[in-house]
Ligand binder design. Structure first.
Ligand code: PLP
Length: 437
């Protein structure tokens, strides 16, 4: 049993001072208290000196791992040249340079605006779509996550709606929250994803009411499911036909799956898209980018997208550093991730076969899903309903004891800092955890 007396001491303070512990919804680690002191590369150390190979990557933000020198240098330079307290109240040439680089890489981005969190980027996208279409409703999908605000958080699909397919509250919903405005669910229709017939049907009846179709282009929050062949293309056609703004929420996939993001990888261009996490490489920044006609609603404040810290120099410097690293050596960063992630995914599959445990492993570059279920592929959260969640939870706890962190639910992020040696070690630890399952 590894020692965690320093963490236990901190936990006592947390219990008194911080309701629910760490402020992030999905980071809570494992059964025992664990507080992190520092990180380097793909490794974290806790306050008791225990080392972990980390596949949480700060919930997907730490795309370069921890203490990446290029990133740190960019931030230091920034702190040296501008007082860091200058917020978005000051325009900087750096922000213009960032916008230029962004537009160069992201297919839908004719124009771009920066903000801080993914949640607020999504809200700005919704507001823009409503202003552009003069319609109220938006469509969102089962298993997709778009932030913690009332109108996008949780709610389950009503499979037999009497009228408009609004989400409903349910005790089974892991994202059920008290305190939500009861009218919030009236803003959107919630549908199963990757089922084009369902979308066609709903648009056939209510298409004229819909301002925006909002989705993760790869369902990272629900099993790292890929879109079925032709699904995104058909969604694109339908949105054009009904005059609906198509929004890809690329807050996980953006810059992680490739420099041109998921939209570039699939060759399907939305009207607008949101970005966060990896963009800042661990520093809080998000962005909304899209067609000029829509983004230009922000001109003359026809649509307001405010925020004290929007475009703050430290964040902008972090984004520029991220893009610089990703652009270098003809995509070397992403090629490296392909290689080590491939080794890791193959290795995990082998380990589970060795112990005769059926598992599913799937996902794009930079993030994957490893779950205890006898399936070769899943296309939606519905395909995952028979997953052995208890076993997943036990595995995650055992892996943390062995010194490997990954996200709650079986999601693993890979960073550019991950080495083949890290993968070998992680697989040895996975083998030991599997033997104790
Ligand atoms: C796809 C997606 N959209 C939006 C968000 C919300 O971003 P943030 O947590 O930065 O508010 C998240 C966060 O995990 C996400 O995964």
């Amino acid at each position: 049993m590894i020692s965690n007396s320093a963490s236990l001491e901190l936990q006592k303070q947390v219990n008194q001072l911080m309701p629910g512990g760490h402020s992030n919804l999905r980071i809570p680690l494992i059964a025992r208290p664990c507080f992190i002191s520092h990180g380097k590369g793909a490794h974290l150390w806790d306050v008791d000196g225990n080392e972990y190979i980390d596949f949480m990557c700060a919930a997907g933000a730490a795309i370069f791992g921890y203490s990446n020198q290029e990133h740190i240098q960019a931030l230091k330079d920034q702190l040296d040249t501008l007082p860091c307290l200058i917020s978005g109240a000051a325009q900087t040439p750096m922000e213009v340079e960032l916008a230029g680089k962004f537009i160069q890489h992201v297919p839908c981005a004719e124009k771009v605006r920066f903000c801080l969190s993914g949640s607020e980027a999504v809200q700005l996208a919704i507001r823009l779509a409503r202003a552009y279409t003069k319609r109220r409703h938006f469509i969102r999908f089962e298993g997709h996550y778009h932030g913690w605000l009332d109108n996008v958080l949780g709610g389950v699909v009503d499979d037999d709606p009497r009228g408009r397919p609004l989400a409903v509250d349910s005790e089974d919903d892991p994202l059920l929250t008290e305190g939500r405005d009861p009218a919030a669910f009236e803003q959107s229709f919630k549908l199963p994803w990757n089922d084009i017939g369902v979308l066609e049907n709903v648009l056939g009846r209510y298409g004229e009411e819909v301002a925006m179709v909002l989705m993760e282009p790869i369902l990272c929050n629900g099993g790292c499911c890929s879109p079925r062949p032709g699904y995104l293309e058909r969604v694109r056609e339908l949105c054009t036909e009904f005059g609906i703004v198509l929004c890809f929420d690329e807050i996980i996939t953006g810059f992680r799956v490739g420099l041109s993001c998921a939209q570039g990888e699939f060759g399907v261009t939305p009207d607008i898209a949101t970005f966060g996490k990896a963009l800042g490489g661990g520093i809080p920044v998000s962005a909304v980018a899209g067609r000029a006609e829509i983004m230009d609603l922000l001109l003359e404040r026809r649509v307001i997208g405010a925020g004290t810290f929007n475009g703050y120099p430290l964040g902008v410097a972090a984004c520029l550093a991220s893009l610089n690293i990703l652009e270098k050596d003809n995509g070397a960063y992403h090629k490296k991730v392909d290689k080590v992630q491939g080794l890791l995914m193959d290795g995990l599959k082998e380990v589970s076969l060795r112990y005769g445990v059926p598992t599913l492993i799937q996902g794009p570059r930079g993030v994957f899903f490893f779950q205890f279920i006898d399936k070769d592929v899943a296309y939606s959260v519905r395909d995952l309903k028979d997953a052995d969640v208890e076993r997943q939870n036990r595995f995650r706890t055992l892996m943390a004891e062995e010194g490997v962190f990954f996200m709650w639910g079986g999601r693993w992020y890979t960073s550019g800092a991950l080495t083949e040696t890290d993968v070998e070690k992680a697989l040895e630890r996975a083998d030991r955890a599997m033997s104790r399952l």
